[in-house]
Design a protein around this ligand. Structure first.
Ligand SMILES: [Zn+2]
Length: 346
């Protein structure tokens, strides 16, 4: 009841701001709907951003290093967040930030968790699924979920943690399905947690940060609607080559927009902008269990000194709206969500 009243109060305050047209909509192409203990027993810390990446003494185990880096946060260069402690608080705190900033998010995670989040906020959550072909989710099962509208996006595809790229043959039936059903896909290409190959993801490889791993899949499936999660950081030349050679490809800015040293994030983003790809860069937070990181990510775009106002709007909303093929009615309701609130009150 308490959280319901809190949500209601928040909705009224946010509704007033939205009614004054002060909060332009944002699409978060890389949101997660996860259990609160996804990264281990909460609370877990996160830097936004990290100031630098710590050294692993070779005698330290991978697990020990991972825990020290990601939970004790010895090297924060900005804010330090502790994760939500329960599944409900993670959901409600995330929705609160989404309402404050008028965010609509493609949320991925385990199927059941995503469905719960969608039920809690059907207007704001577009259901995706965190997916790797090692998970034993069949193409037939996915087809059912897409046909029944339980899922709208295939991804985030996290095969990189299992040493699998989009161009590997094991991905074929899934890509064929996405192409046939005109379902957008989001694929992780770029950074996982530092040192993760030594802490549970033994097949993770740095070379798979390169967007070039996508090429054979792109050629084989020319109608695939695809967004590259994490924009292939740090292999900018490879990413630019793929954006140039494959004009259907979009990128999102997940994790690099809040977790990485700001100077590096800005340099990376500016390379893509300066190279002429401002119409294919989408905001993505990669919020996992730290709801405030959505806010930090949005603010890092808003305060980027080299972006014009139209470029910021493209990144924060317009490009994703185009990629998702939103209707003009959907975009209108994102811009004026209070209209829908009023209709519901009648
Ligand atoms: Zn990812």
């Amino acid at each position: 009841m308490k959280s319901f009243l809190l949500s209601l109060t928040c909705m009224i305050i946010t509704g007033n701001l939205l009614a004054q047209n002060k909060v332009l909509p944002v699409i978060d192409m890389h949101l997660h709907a996860l259990p609160a203990d996804f990264d281990g027993p909460p609370p877990i810390g996160m830097c936004a951003p990290f100031e630098h990446w710590s050294v692993r003494d070779a005698k330290q185990s991978g697990q020990e290093y991972y825990v020290n880096t990601l939970t004790k946060n010895l090297f924060c260069g900005g804010q330090h967040f502790l994760s939500a402690t329960t599944d409900d608080s993670l959901l409600h705190e995330t929705l609160k930030v989404m309402q404050q900033y008028n965010v609509y998010g493609v949320a991925s995670g385990p199927f059941q968790v995503v469905q719960k989040w969608r039920q809690a906020a059907p207007d704001r959550i577009l259901p995706g699924i965190m997916f790797s072909p090692t998970m034993e989710i069949s193409p037939e099962q996915l087809r059912k979920w897409f046909s029944s509208d339980s899922l709208k996006v295939l991804g985030e595809i996290t095969g990189q943690y299992d040493g699998i790229t989009l161009s590997d043959s094991i991905m074929e039936p899934y890509l064929t399905l996405a192409e046939q059903m005109d379902v957008p896909i989001s694929v992780h290409v770029g950074p996982g947690p530092p040192g993760i190959a030594y802490a549970g993801a033994g097949k993770y490889r740095a070379r798979h940060h390169s967007a070039l791993v996508l090429e054979e899949a792109l050629i084989k499936h020319p109608k695939l609607r695809i967004i590259v999660a994490h924009a292939g950081w740090p292999m900018i030349d490879d990413m630019l080559a793929v954006l140039y050679a494959h004009p259907q490809v979009y990128v999102d800015l997940g994790i690099i927009c809040y977790g990485f040293p700001k100077k590096e994030f800005y340099a990376y983003l500016q390379r893509m902008i300066d190279a002429g790809f401002g119409k294919r860069i989408c905001f993505g937070s990669d919020q996992m269990i730290w709801p405030q990181t959505i806010r930090v990510g949005i603010e890092s775009i808003m305060s980027a000194p080299f972006l014009t106002e139209p470029q910021k709007r493209d990144i924060l909303y317009n490009n994703a709206a185009k990629f998702l093929r939103l209707t003009s009615e959907e975009m209108f309701l994102h811009r004026y969500p209070f209209k829908k609130l009023k209709e519901r009150a009648l």
